[in-house]
Design a protein around this ligand. Structure first.
Ligand code: FAD
Length: 388
């Protein structure tokens, strides 16, 4: 059992491993080749009772925190990064709903999530603000017990497949809006006015259905607002950022760990006909492989430390949480790139497993908060300057 895992987390982790081996891994190549949204993975995780990882125990969920999210996404990503991203964003959406859930939020969303009957996801990004996800231009207007929502979102993981979308909207008029000035609403998938943009076909993460959606005069019940006006910066830094960063750190760590494993297998099994020598017998490759392993283990240490600090409410959790996604992104890109060299022509084949890992890993630097932005925020946090 991992040093940091509670007995409950250890048994959830074992269960997740079984699901990954039996249902997720066998379809991974097809997910990538066909840009297939991994319905089979989500169904298997639901049947195992894992979709309620972040839902509170009061509605039948597991009530787990950041450590569980990082550990599960790592495990799933080792086999199928797109499945990890889809599961991870569902968990982040769940955590955002759970943070200040009303009775309505609990019964309408969290209980079905815990029962594996409802998939949610996070819809923050917009073309207009790009990586600056905390500056939405999507607006809401109040109309009695309803909000009328208008705007456009991009890159919605699980887009068009989820049952609900945790969507950010600006709370004030455009000229008044400042950093982090937004509200979060839960928007049901069947809300009239949601127009999905073309299907996703990315360079990597090809199964995550990262689609855009136009929101045109969508009527959302007022009771679907999460928290109170004014708590929104609290949401950004206490819930959205930690859970999102941890889901991403786990996913990219998983890709890096899988690349080390696949490279080790190749180095041990590839032998030259003329000498009988395996690649694993060559000094230079031994040292380069060691460096890959060190990179992954250092990253895992940082991710675990960040998660444990976050779950424990440690006063200095934030720098670790900011650092761990940036570091996992660097590690994933570096290690998969190195795997491509060490595994030679076998890896360079079209759609080899290593080439898929390299493509999937590249999403890490693009997904907000991007690596550059995270390092900027980390520097500010360490120097005592305001983040935004
Ligand atoms: C596979 C995938 C899945 C995604 N899933 C989701 C999702 O589920 N929900 C969601 O809301 N979003 C999601 N996104 C969106 C993602 O989080 C980003 O918001 C989006 O990719 C930003 O893209 P952009 O092209 O607009 O970036 P741009 O804003 O154009 O940025 C381009 C580059 O400039 C850099 N840059 C910009 N400003 C600065 C600055 N001030 N300092 C330093 N560097 C800067 C950025 O870091 C980036 O590297 C996903 C994206 C991908 C690729």
């Amino acid at each position: 059992m991992e040093r940091y895992f509670s007995p409950q987390l250890a048994s959830l982790h074992d269960l997740c491993r079984q699901v990954v081996e039996a249902k997720v891994a066998p379809m991974a190549a097809q997910v990538d080749a066909q840009c297939l949204w991994p319905a089979h993975s989500m169904k298997a995780l639901a049947e195992a009772g894992l979709m309620g990882l972040q839902a509170p125990a009061s509605v039948g969920g597991h009530g787990q925190g950041l450590l569980a999210l990082a550990a599960m996404t790592e495990l799933i990503a080792r086999a199928c990064p797109s499945s990890a991203l889809c599961f991870g964003m569902h968990c982040v959406g769940t955590a955002v709903i759970a943070a200040k859930a009303t009775e309505h939020h609990s019964e309408r969303y969290l209980r079905p999530i815990a029962e594996g009957r409802h998939i949610t996801t996070l819809s923050l990004s917009e073309t207009g603000s790009g990586t600056h996800f905390y500056l939405p231009a999507t607006r809401l207007a109040e109309q009695g017990d309803w909000f009328i929502v208008n705007g456009e979102k991009q890159f919605v993981t699980n887009g068009s497949h989820a049952d609900s979308y945790v969507m950010s909207v600006a709370a004030s008029a455009p000229q008044e809006a400042g950093a982090g000035d937004f509200s979060c609403l839960v928007v049901d998938a069947d809300t009239p006015g949601l127009q999905w943009q073309p299907a996703w076909a990315g360079f990597g993460m090809r199964g995550n259905s990262s689609r855009g959606v136009r929101v045109d005069q969508a009527r959302v019940p007022r009771r679907n607002l999460l928290g109170e006006h004014g708590d929104q910066l609290w949401y950004v830094f206490e819930v959205i950022a930690p859970f999102f960063l941890m889901a991403m750190a786990g996913t990219y760590l998983g890709i890096a760990a899988a690349a080390v494993e696949a490279t080790g297998l190749h180095l041990r099994t590839r032998r030259y006909g003329h000498s009988g020598e395996a690649l694993a017998d060559i000094d230079t490759l031994q040292a380069r492989y060691a460096a890959m392993w060190i990179t992954v283990e250092k990253t895992r240490g940082l991710v675990r430390e960040a998660a444990v600090r976050g779950d424990g409410g440690h006063p200095e959790a934030l720098p670790y949480i900011l650092a761990c996604k940036a570091d996992a992104a660097d590690a994933a890109v570096q290690v998969t790139n190195e795997a491509m060299t060490l595994c030679g022509g076998a890896a360079y084949r079209e759609n080899s497993r290593i080439s898929q890992m390299l493509r999937d890993a590249r999403a890490s630097h693009v997904m907000a908060p991007t690596t550059d932005l995270l390092k900027l925020w980390l520097g500010r946090a360490l120097l005592g300057a305001p983040l935004l």
